[in-house]
Ligand binder design. Structure first.
Ligand code: T4K
Length: 385
């Protein structure tokens, strides 16, 4: 087996770690103003002025009439499931961050994994339909890497079987399908505002709900079920975004446009340099879906070559990540219910994908080192095959 050491090129070693993600730095002046506001008002959480300002700003940015802010994306997703009263089985993808199935469990429902589409890596509608039982109540689909799911096919299935359709759009901030924003599909869409995301609030999340009654329930769920000083309607959780998070969001939002520009340039570099390297496959996005610029996944022909590429980059101080390996269905908590062979397509994706560093901190030098090293791995791996 090829060893990463044999690819060692001292001149390509980066002087500092190039990580898969780097949080977008806030505008320091706006952040300071936010902190001053919080201290002056002595208002730190529970829907203060900054929370309201961020909500309005994000509604404009994301093109939605109503958006609920949360302390993280996982709370937002769990709240969506609770507000839609999903307690039975919820069909989801094993090719995701563990938060997705965990949220289903936190809401008191049962995650049922189904296989994914080989081209786009999102839930395969046929596999979803095959997984439906009398206990199925929801589909929880993930726009993985910001690649939109087959939204029309999933909606058809959800409507036919009377299921709630919930989207985990943790990776899909600002994505549009044609002229429609991504959250205009399904009953609920969750966004993550974790610092590894294009837009962030330190930790945070957003939730868009189609139905105003469901939204009213989600608002209660987010704040202990409290309606007013003397009325507690239900056993809600604490999902509130606090004022420091909102201050961060207000200071990060104006920087997103420049970050997008830098990421587009990086994507162009990756694409130009890797397009003639057939052993490094760049997964396509669906037609008419805008690029989330969140992750840059590439696929290799086997787990061995992918892991070699991962190791070779590491040796050069470049920390690409194997999102999402291993599959959620293989995690100890879920593995007893699912055989390793149950999801052949997801298994292949999980074995073959490597997410390259994707942020404005990737210098020209680093981006050239990344593509040069990947091409070397690919050509040697090809010879060895
Ligand atoms: N659904 C999906 C599909 C998701 O991907 C996620 C989260 C969720 C739901 C849940 O949303 P949240 O509840 O988190 O809002 C990271 C993130 O922590 C996680 O939010 C994200 N997905 C996942 C894909 O990536 P890890 O375990 O890989 O994080 P970590 O600590 O290894 O960080 C990754 C890289 O980012 C590091 O190499 C360094 C860099 N980094 C990270 C942090 C936190 C920084 O440079 N600065 C930082 O502050 O999960």
């Amino acid at each position: 087996m090829l060893k990463s050491d044999s690819f060692y090129s001292p001149e390509l070693v980066q002087s500092h770690q190039i990580t898969v993600a780097r949080p977008l730095a806030p505008d320091r002046e706006i952040l300071q103003q936010g902190i001053d506001h919080i201290v002056a008002k002595s208002w730190y959480s529970n829907f203060g002025g900054l929370h309201e300002r961020l909500k309005v700003a994000l509604q404009g940015e994301l093109d939605c009439e109503s958006l609920l802010l949360f302390n993280n994306g996982s709370q937002a997703l769990t709240t969506a499931l609770r507000a839609l009263d999903v307690r039975g089985e919820a069909i989801t993808t094993p090719f995701t961050f563990p938060a997705t199935p965990h949220c289903i469990e936190w809401a008191g429902a049962i995650p049922i994994f189904a296989d994914i589409d080989p081209r786009y890596m999102t839930l395969d509608p046929e596999a979803v339909e095959a997984a439906i039982t009398p206990r199925t109540e929801a589909i929880v689909a993930v726009h993985v890497y910001g690649i939109a799911c087959d939204v029309d096919a999933l909606q058809t299935i959800a409507t036919k079987h009377g299921l709630a359709l919930i989207y985990d759009a943790a990776h899909a901030f600002g994505v549009r399908v044609g002229d429609r924003p991504i959250h205009s599909y399904g009953d609920a869409t969750m966004f993550s505002f974790h610092p590894t995301k294009l837009f962030h609030t330190g930790e945070g999340g957003g939730l868009v709900l189609r139905d105003r009654k469901v939204e009213a329930n989600a608002i209660l769920q987010r704040n202990f079920g409290i309606r007013d000083e003397v009325t507690v309607e239900l056993a809600g959780s604490n999902g509130k975004m606090n004022e420091m998070q909102a201050a961060m969001g207000l200071a990060v939002l104006p920087c997103v446009a420049d970050e997008r520009k830098a990421r587009r340039k990086l994507v162009e570099h990756y694409r130009n340099e890797l397009s003639d390297c057939l052993e490094v496959h760049i997964p396509p996005n669906r037609a008419h879906v805008s690029d989330s610029l969140q992750y840059f996944p590439v696929r290799f022909q086997s787990r061995e070559i992918r892991d070699l590429a991962y190791d070779v980059l590491r040796v050069h101080n470049i920390l690409a990540r194997r999102y999402f390996y291993p599959l959620c269905s293989a995690a100890r908590h879920y593995a007893s219910r699912w055989s390793a062979e149950a999801f052949p397509v997801a298994t292949r994706c999980s074995d073959e994908v490597l997410c390259l560093p994707m942020h404005s901190g990737v210098t020209n030098e680093a981006s050239f080192a990344i593509t040069r090293l990947l091409k070397q791995v690919a050509s040697v791996a090809l010879e060895a095959a």
